[in-house]
Design a protein around this ligand. Structure first.
Ligand code: PLP
Length: 375
């Protein structure tokens, strides 16, 4: 499927941008040597790796490039950070009820029973309940906090700046999984979080590559993988230099874009039409959301029926997060927002991209209306 005008699953993954592809191709030909080796070509590779780290740190507003650790993606980074947090004996790990499965599963895997504190979201908006977090922080029983920056299913933006400030006051480490934020929203301020994770394939940077950002102080005994001395020993394994360079190039490209209100024009027009013509509800509509995402509650029939018919018309959409959609598991995010079992089977996630035009969104609305008439 290469017709991007009908591709509305960018939150699951994105095609590599032309810039990233070019960088990747060139680096695969020229820069395939191991950056840890000692001959001249390896030195070039090491230099490019260091430059990429500096560029990424700059983009994140961080003046210490050594805070950046390249990984295979956000799942690895989130797993490693939660595992690291779970080793603290200081108190409970707080995480929100709408975290991505890779955070939630790491919490279940690594934290002892009773060692966690789940922060609810407001059911109407899907925004984390800051009062609940504050009372947890005031109780003095938290060791760390993990709250995502933007939700992958609803696109609802989370108040990570406020959370970062609250955590700083209490000197509690704060991690934000920013996999859906980075590349779609301005990066300013992210460097003020202690820990951040990002993923290349969410912003045209290619799959199997991502990064985490560590705090300026602390985290000395952190490691995502043990073995060789790569990434200052914090993530052993030969660096995938072409992928890293492509990812940083894509982020440079995306972060130069304007993320003003106009970017949501197509999505907003789509939502107005399907609300009016199909009686569709928009999940998280009252909250600030990513400009590219619309999570809708269909009026009747299972989401898979709609998805299959839309797919027959060439449109790629999702029933939720790609990970749980394939498995048919009910979404924790939808449960946290108070949807019942029947409603959870009627949600569709539509997520456009940087090049999706308002006309592409109009075509999607038209297709949805015609599928609605059939069902
Ligand atoms: N976190 C969020 C919010 C995501 O949307 C995703 C992707 O689905 C991930 C983490 C996992 O990212 P990756 O595919 O790089 O492991």
């Amino acid at each position: 499927m290469s017709d991007l005008s009908k591709y509305f699953d960018y939150n699951a993954t994105t095609p590599m941008s032309a810039t990233a592809r070019e960088i990747w191709n060139e680096a695969s030909e020229q820069l395939w040597h191991n950056p840890s080796s000692l001959y001249r070509e390896a030195g070039y590779a090491k230099q490019r790796l260091d430059d990429a780290r500096e560029d990424l740190a700059d983009l994140l507003g961080v003046d210490a490039p050594e805070r950046v650790v390249f990984t295979s993606g956000a799942t690895e980074a989130n797993n490693a950070i939660v595992r690291y947090f779970s080793r603290s004996k200081r108190g409970k790990l707080a995480f929100s009820a709408i975290e991505h499965p890779c955070v939630e599963a790491s919490v279940s895997e690594f934290c002892e029973t009773g060692g966690t504190f789940e922060i609810p979201v407001d059911p109407g908006s899907g925004v984390v309940d800051l009062d609940a977090l504050e009372s947890g922080l005031r109780s003095g029983g938290l060791s760390a906090v993990s709250i995502m920056a933007a939700n992958n299913e609803t696109g609802v933006l989370q108040p990570w700046r406020e959370v970062a400030a609250l955590c700083r006051e209490q000197e509690i480490p704060f991690h934000s999984d920013a996999a859906q934020w980075i590349g779609k929203m301005p990066l300013e301020g992210l460097g003020e979080c202690d820990w951040i994770t990002g993923s290349g394939h969410k912003f045209g940077g290619g799959k199997g590559v991502g990064f985490l950002m560590m705090p300026e102080e602390g985290g000395e005994d952190f490691h995502a993988a043990v073995g060789g001395p790569q990434e200052e020993g914090r993530r052993a394994g030969t660096e995938n230099l072409p992928a890293i360079l492509a990812m940083v190039g894509a982020l440079e490209e995306m972060s130069g874009l304007d993320f003003g209100k106009e970017r949501a024009e197509g999505r907003d027009r789509f939502e107005a039409r399907v609300k009016e013509e199909l009686g569709i509800q928009i999940i998280g509509e009252s909250a600030p959301r990513l400009w590219n995402t619309s999570m809708i509650l269909l009026p009747r029939e299972k989401n898979l029926k709609w998805l299959t018919r839309l797919s027959g018309l060439g449109f790629a959409v999702s029933t939720g997060s790609a990970c749980s959609a394939g498995k048919g598991n009910p979404s924790r995010v939808m449960a946290a927002m108070g949807l019942d079992f029947d409603e959870m089977g009627r949600v569709l996630r539509l997520s456009g991209g940087w090049e999706s035009t308002p006309e592409n969104w109009d075509a999607l609305a038209g297709a949805l209306v015609s599928v609605g008439a059939e069902l």
